[in-house]
Design a binder for this molecule. Structure first.
Ligand code: ZN
Length: 468
């Protein structure tokens, strides 16, 4: 075990002050610079998509309430052997990036316009990092809770003028990415693709095992896998946790990450694995606190699993970050001397559905009314809408006019976020991405490359230098 891998558990293992004193003495002799130079055989690049700084803070408090423990990311920030930095996030055409431009900057090394995957503003193409690495015999992987063809994985493995052409992105991964786990069957299945072509067969011909359910994945020993567990994005974690059937059929982000790493960590080839908590971003767009925070905790579980699996290895670099902020939520002080804030925040634990799933029930209802809406919100989100709130929400969902105060929040999600915020204390600046830099934590050899302010397109150079 290198001293840079000495975690809390190792301290506990020593037992007693004598052991701790002996460890302290050995540390003082061997102490290295955090993330000192060393050979890198694998990089695990973890992205909590659309994670504003406030999400990290709220997830920390939420984890203490629901799991009675700190988040692993919080511990990593406090760990003196890890490096901290800020990711600069602008795209070629805006201070505010989307996920396509952000991931293209990381994966292709060029700033591109929003909505573009590795196509520069002048029309030339940037080579995605996983294509580059595959030509050099490296192992490559993409794991996400969004569709596997969504912008963040695509920026590492595909080129597309438009991010929404996911049916064109799908076949590009064949032979380029060894392990693909996430959602998005509708971009592979001939019965669901807009051109009726079978994109799965391209993979099967290339030696991939095609998997559609959790149980088969957990038993698989294949080294090339296309695992698609939903037609679209994987369900929000709050829905996976509150629906036994979904929990059975859909692997967690942690399980998918473990599957990929079980292969990569013990192989002889260098590797790059991207792991994305893709729905953190969707929870933020929807101003949905339960959707957002449970997905952030699922991402944190994946981080804990990754760090546990690389414990004792001094050749693996882990980088944890986000591509951009989104809606910048935060817990506001409420009540006398802010004495109501903790209880208000705990109200999120009583929410048993994402807005997405709840509004799915609304969409399927034969008859709807403000009263139906009030009952639905009470059952799923555990708070009572005021009559005027129910009326405004009803108008927004039935496309009738309602008073506009903020154009960012002038939609059903923005209204729900504000009404829920009257109970939870959580406020949101809008329903879209923000320009803020994002948090970076890095641990392992060469981690110091990710300290200070890192322009997003510089990440690509580090990948090339370390694994090329
Ligand atoms: Zn987004």
């Amino acid at each position: 075990m290198s001293d840079s891998r000495m975690g809390r558990r190792d301290w506990m293992k020593l037992g007693g002050l004598g052991g701790a004193a002996a460890m302290l003495a050995s540390c003082s002799q061997q102490k290295k610079t955090p993330g000192a130079a060393g050979e890198v055989n694998g990089i695990i690049f973890m992205v909590a998509d659309g994670m504003s700084h406030g999400v990290l803070t709220m997830a920390e408090n939420f984890s203490k309430i629901v799991h009675q423990r700190e988040t692993r990311w919080w511990q990593l920030i406090a760990d003196s052997s890890a490096v901290r930095g800020l990711m600069e996030t602008s795209s070629a055409n805006s201070f505010v990036t989307d996920s396509a431009a952000a991931s293209s900057a990381w994966g292709g090394g060029s700033k591109v316009n929003n909505r573009s995957i590795n196509v520069r503003p002048d029309g030339t193409e940037a080579e995605p990092i996983l294509r580059f690495l595959k030509q050099r015999g490296r192992r490559t992987g993409l794991v996400t809770t969004a569709t596997i063809t969504h912008a963040t994985p695509a920026g590492f493995g595909a080129v597309s003028e438009k991010r929404d052409d996911e049916h064109l992105i799908a076949p590009q991964y064949a032979g380029v990415v060894d392990i693909l786990l996430g959602g998005g069957r509708r971009f592979f299945d001939p019965g669901k693709r807009i051109d009726s072509r079978d994109a799965r067969s391209v993979f099967i011909k290339n030696g991939y095992e095609y998997i559609e359910d959790r149980e088969t994945l957990l038993k698989s020993k294949s080294r090339k896998v296309l695992g698609l567990f939903s037609d679209g994005h994987l369900p929000f974690e709050v829905d996976r946790l509150n629906d036994a059937a979904l929990g059975q059929t859909t692997p967690s982000l942690s399980e998918m990450s473990e599957f990929a790493l079980n292969d990569f960590l013990y192989g002889n080839e260098k590797f790059l694995l991207q792991i994305e908590g893709g729905r953190v971003d969707h929870g933020a767009h929807s101003n949905d606190a339960a959707g957002l925070l449970w997905d952030q905790l699922a991402f944190d579980d994946a981080l804990a699993k990754v760090l546990e699996m690389i414990d004792g290895r001094d050749d693996i670099l882990v980088v944890v970050t986000s591509d951009h902020g989104n809606a910048n939520p935060g817990l506001n002080g409420t009540g006398k001397e802010y004495g109501n804030s903790n209880d208000a925040f705990k109200g999120i634990t009583r929410m048993t559905s994402s807005y997405e799933r709840m509004l799915g029930e609304w969409n399927q209802a034969k008859e709807v009314s403000p009263e139906f809406l009030t009952d639905l919100v009470q059952r799923k989100l555990a708070f009572k809408l005021k009559p005027e709130e129910a009326a405004a929400l009803f108008a927004s969902l039935t496309e009738k006019p309602f008073i506009e105060w903020s154009n960012q929040l002038h939609n059903a999600h923005g209204l729900l976020g504000q009404f829920a915020g009257n109970h939870t204390g959580i406020g949101w600046t809008g329903t879209s991405h923000t320009s803020d830099p994002t948090m970076i934590s890095a641990i392992g050899p060469q981690a110091e490359r990710f300290s200070g302010i890192v322009p997003n397109h510089e990440v690509h150079r580090h990948f090339v230098e370390l694994l090329g």
